[in-house]
Design a protein around this ligand. Structure first.
Ligand code: ATP
Ligand code: MG
Length: 181
């Protein structure tokens, strides 16, 4: 198929909702983009302490598909106050993400779990929206995480809400390697 460059444009996509599949759908899209010769940057905000399989898989693909974990993983939320150090790390992560998006060096930038950072009040959604509006027009961006902010949903081109029908966890089955992490 010949590419119609005149119709190429950068999209903003959001994977949100309570069901499983937000991060892995972003990984699938990232793999598709990489396969089309695009340069992909996959930034993980607020990652857990697990070692995710995708780190090793993508690490082997070379400099055009880069994955990075930002922040220091598990963040305590609900009840106890958020540690100011985590807030600082999220802001630092955001600065890196913002610079990457605005640089135009990447065809696709994924901000994995950024919606959690916003919904926990650690990152201002207006700052994120402003950078997304200013980005070079060919840059695709995917945001993931539950409770996507309405301002970002409004701005997005494609928004998918994962609905939980059931989850193995509810039967007491612990997270499985290769499926959950
Ligand atoms: P995945 O990384 O599998 O695509 P996700 O990005 O949609 O999941 P997150 O909210 O980021 O989900 O949660 C990350 C971890 O929690 C994953 O190990 C995932 O399998 C698990 N998880 C996702 N949804 C649920 C759920 N509804 N109940 C319990 N655990 C879940
Ligand atoms: Mg996720």
């Amino acid at each position: 198929m010949t590419e119609d460059t005149s119709s190429r444009r950068g999209l903003l996509l959001i994977n949100t909702g309570p069901g499983k599949g937000k991060t892995t759908a972003a990984l699938g899209t990232a793999l598709r983009a990489f396969g089309c010769g695009m340069r992909v940057l996959f930034l993980q905000f607020l990652k857990g302490s697990w070692h995710y399989g995708e780190l090793d898989a993508i690490g082997a693909l070379g400099p055009d598909f880069v994955i990075k974990q930002l922040g220091r993983g598990f963040v305590k939320v609900g009840g106890a106050e958020t540690d100011p150090e985590d807030i600082r790390l999220v802001q630092e992560a955001w600065e890196e993400a913002r610079a990457a998006i605005l640089s135009g060096e990447w065809d696709l930038v994924v901000l994995d779990e950024i919606n959690y950072a916003i919904s926990y009040g650690m990152l201002d959604p207006e700052l994120v929206a402003e950078a997304l509006r200013q980005r070079p027009e060919m840059v695709h961006v995917i945001l993931t995480g539950r409770n996507a902010h309405p301002t970002l949903v409004e701005l997005a081109d494609t928004v998918t809400e994962m609905r939980e029908v059931k989850h193995a966890y509810q039967k007491g089955i612990l997270a499985q390697r290769g499926i959950e992490y």
